[in-house]
Structure formats: structure tokens, C-alpha cells
Design a binder for this molecule. Sequence first.
Ligand code: SAM
Length: 218
Amino acid sequence: MSNPQWQAVENFLNGATLPVDPALDAALAENAAAGLPPIDVSPAQGRLLNLIARLGKVSTILEIGTLGGYSTIWLARALSAGGHLLTLELEPKHAEVARENLNRAGVGDRVEIRVGMAADLLPQVGGPFDLIFIDADKPSNPIYWKEALRLSDIGTLIIVDNVVRDGAVADEASEDPGVLGVRALMEIVAKESRVEAAAIQTVGTKGYDGFLTALVVA
Ligand SMILES: C[S@@+](CC[C@H](N)C(=O)[O-])C[C@H]1O[C@@H](n2cnc3c(N)ncnc32)[C@H](O)[C@@H]1O
């Protein structure tokens, strides 16, 4: 779903809030040149991730779903001194493009990329992390959520992208694997006493979608 007014408003708001950023612009250009799909977070979402991470003074971040490292750059820039970001990516080509983008952006030294299926990699990961960003294949969201909770401590923030999916998340009859993954995740969240969460709908250049933010409180 797309809407010219959403895009016009986003362009206007971005003009007022997001300075020109050569490293991030270069990352998007390199992604496109390498044929990666344009499914990175939007610039405003990236900035919001960055602000949230800075607000939380985070020093450890786990990202599931790297693509070309666009969100990774936003997050890595927010790390406090000596901080570390681990990002997991299935596709070697995506990881390769991300590595170049991260190095060019000057954050390569604080980011580790592991390549493979996140569900296979996660059991070997040790925590806790201050912030966990889940943005990979949506059918696996319940697995990623379970692992994220294992890798959390009180105060960890877990953010899950793409939880609205053009509104299809409210369709009880949907058979779309991505929608089913998000609906299963939301059922788990509803019963999870360790977190307090909010899910926000968004519109803009990336269409109609949304993200879940959950604070681990116990
Ligand atoms: C939405 S993109 C990530 C976008 C990125 N976070 C950003 O905003 O710049 C999802 C990524 O997850 C990767 N992915 C898909 N299935 C995966 C899996 N099973 N394990 C790890 N990564 C996976 C895809 O290859 C893709 O690069």
C-alpha cells in the first residue's frame, strides 16, 4: 500500500529533521547497485532507533536481519564508548555489502556480522544485550522473540519491525506466512509477563507498517 500524501509528508518532515548524511546515502546507493531489495528501515525509523539507543545509553546491541547494514549503521553510531553490535544475516552477499557500508561509515570496528540462519546462530550467542532489533524473516519471529528474551536482562529493549504488514496483521483468516509469524508473536507477547510493550502503526515511503517496542521489566 502506498499513498502520495504519506510520501510528501515524510519528505517534508525528513527535510526538517534529518541532515544530509553521505555515509547513509552511500549505503543505500551501494545496496541498490548490488541488487539488494529496498527493505531497509526508513531514514526516520533509523533515526528513531538511533535516538532510542542513545537514550538508553546502550553498549550492546543484537540485530537479527542485516541486509546492507543501513539500520546497523544507525544503531552502531549510538553505541556508547567501547560498545559492540552483533548482527545476523542469512545471505553472504548481503553481509558482504553490509561490511563495506559499515567500514565506509566508520563503524566497522564495533560491528560483528555472523552469516547463517539466525535460528541456527542464535543458540550460540551469549547475552545479555541492552537492545535487540528483530528485522529478518517474519515467520521466524516467535523463535527470535524467544531467543531475544533469553538474551535479555531487566531494562533490555526489544524492537520488532514490520508488525502491521499493510494492515493484514488484523486479518484472522490470513494465510500469509509473514502475517502468521507476526500474529503468533503478538499472541506470545500478550501472555508474556516479563515485558511491557507498545505497537505503533506507521505510514510513509515504506508503505503502511509498524513496529513493536517491548521493555523487559522482569
Ligand atoms: C528487512 S531486511 C533487514 C533490513 C535491515 N535491518 C535494515 O533496516 O537495513 C531482512 C534481512 O533478513 C535476512 N534474513 C532472511 N531470513 C533470514 C534468516 N533466516 N536468518 C538471518 N537473516 C535472514 C534477509 O536476507 C534480509 O537481508
